[in-house]
Design a protein. Structure first.
Length: 193
């Protein structure tokens, strides 16, 4: 099953997203004043602001008022966003890619934090091979990417040989996903370890 995108982005290195809206809080300093009315400015960033966005080589290079279009800008293809919202990508600052997606085989019996730790530890002893950690972590990254995440910071269990397994998988995934998601790992062990 494939997902049909709501916009058809041209396969060129330079284009414009026209008729978009961004939250005013994402516009900085003087940009806010150029785009917003007095009443929008008084709303303290809660307003949506109409903008045109220039994209070159996959990067946003300028944000302009729809009223400021010049003839020089008409050479590049345009995409009408139809007043759709444009947001920056997400950053997931706290996740556990090595623990994800074990519920079907190791559910937490009472929903408590203590039981979650025990269940994950038990599961890791019996099942966390490099192949298993890779499969689950890679699925987590595919889900993150599909929902607009551009960076993930993950805590990885690093006790004994599990640390070598999980960090080995992490290094492989960081290389494979380098063009799509920035990955950072944090060593998760107790202080006494």
């Amino acid at each position: 099953m494939s997902i049909t995108p709501f916009l058809k982005i041209p396969e060129v290195s330079h284009y414009w997203l026209r008729n978009a809206q961004v939250p005013a809080c994402l516009l900085t300093g003087g940009t806010r004043q150029r785009f917003m009315t007095e009443s929008q400015l008084e709303a303290k960033g809660e307003a949506l602001v109409p903008v045109d966005i220039e994209v070159r080589e996959g990067r946003l290079v300028s944000v302009r008022s729809p009223l400021s279009q010049t003839d020089a800008e008409t050479d590049a293809p345009t995409v009408d966003v139809q007043s759709g919202l444009v947001w920056p990508c997400f950053v997931d600052m706290h996740t556990h890619l090595d623990k994800g997606h074990i519920w079907p085989r190791s559910p937490n019996p009472d929903g408590t934090f203590e039981q979650a730790l025990e269940t994950a530890q038990r599961d890791s002893k019996h099942r966390w091979s490099a192949e298993d950690v890779y499969r689950r972590a890679e699925f987590g990254l595919r889900c993150s990417y599909a929902h607009g995440t551009q960076a993930v910071r993950t805590h990885l269990d690093a006790f004994d040989e599990q640390g070598e397994i999980s960090f080995g998988v992490f290094r492989q995934l960081r290389q494979e996903w380098a063009e799509r998601i920035q990955l950072q790992a944090v060593c998760l062990v107790t202080l006494d370890y």
